[in-house]
Design a protein around this ligand. Structure first.
Ligand code: SF4
Ligand code: SF4
Length: 287
């Protein structure tokens, strides 16, 4: 090879090396100057979290929550739902935060569409997601508040706790950790988190009038308010047009009421939770 060419190539390589070294030193100095000191407490908290990366806490992964709970005095220590009470207690102790009561929560489907024989306004053949179907006139069901049944909750449950059975989600309470991912993702607000020890549940999430519900569904809440009047604990109310149960008040009153609300409901929309799981009754109705 021409010695002049070799000399040129070596010169070029040396120049590139110098440039690389220059930028390398610059980056190292910048990294040193702007380095954020890692808080060892964040690492300690990260160690005790369940590590499920489920996002139920509302932060970007377990590391995001560990940083937030250590650095932000307003972030509570009980947001790692898969870790349940043991992790909440450990995080509270490590961060010196006060821990309120920790209750195991599970997802619950507030819709008896199958029992209600809700018809379809149209046949949906678009993208197979509940959010997609919801964009088309609120979904194919004639009840605007009914579960659409395309299983977006099941597909997104980080713990595989939801299976679609008979066109409705079935929640496996043994697998559900109450992270709330399904509740946030459901475009119809058909799912809610309830205490695992809830005594009574509401199988309808309608915000419609009794007249509207009667027109579209045989099983929905008709707003007769008989449950509210019957409850001696004052644990049932209408909030934002939806029937809600204050499970704390309900549990506080105890079994003395005989779950009279469930007895009085003419549509059997309120039911004892332990003896009448939504899923089982809905599956039976679906045949
Ligand atoms: S009225 Fe209630 S139970 Fe009936 S389909 Fe609508 S949400 Fe479901
Ligand atoms: S509960 Fe919500 S997300 Fe799940 S299938 Fe029904 S509409 Fe879809």
């Amino acid at each position: 090879m021409d010695p002049a060419l070799i000399k040129l190539a070596l010169g070029g390589l040396a120049l590139l090396g110098c440039i690389g070294l220059f930028f390398g030193i610059g980056l190292a100095l910048a990294a040193h100057k702007f380095a954020v000191e890692a808080n060892p407490k964040v690492e300690e908290v990260l160690e005790v979290l369940a590590g499920a990366q489920c996002g139920g806490c509302g932060y970007a992964g377990c590391e995001g929550y560990a940083e937030a709970v250590v650095n932000d005095p307003d972030v509570p220590p009980n947001l790692c739902f898969p870790g349940k009470a043991a992790v909440a207690e450990a995080v509270a102790e490590m961060t010196g935060k006060k821990l309120g009561s920790v209750e195991n929560m599970v997802a619950f489907l507030r819709c008896a569409r199958v029992e209600g024989k809700v018809s379809e306004k149209y046949r949906y053949i678009g993208h197979g997601s509940c959010s997609g179907a919801n964009l088309a006139f609120g979904g194919p069901q004639s009840c605007l508040f009914a579960c659409i049944g395309l299983g977006e909750c099941a597909k997104n449950c980080p713990f595989s706790a939801i299976a679609m059975v008979g066109g409705l989600p079935r929640i496996d309470t043994g697998l559900c950790v109450g992270c709330g991912v399904c509740v946030k993702i459901c475009p119809k607000s058909s799912l809610e988190l309830i205490p695992a020890k809830a005594r009574v549940v509401v199988h309808c999430s309608t915000r419609g009038s009794g007249k509207m519900v009667k027109e579209v569904c045989d099983a929905g809440c008709i707003s007769c308010r008989m449950c509210i009047k019957a409850c001696p604990a004052g644990a049932i109310a209408v909030d934002n047009d939806v029937l809600v149960i204050d499970h704390g008040k309900c549990a506080g009153y105890g079994p003395g009421c005989g779950e009279v609300c469930a007895e009085k409901c003419p549509r059997k929309i309120l039911r004892r939770y332990a003896s009448s799981s939504a899923t089982e009754s809905l599956v039976k109705a679906a045949g």
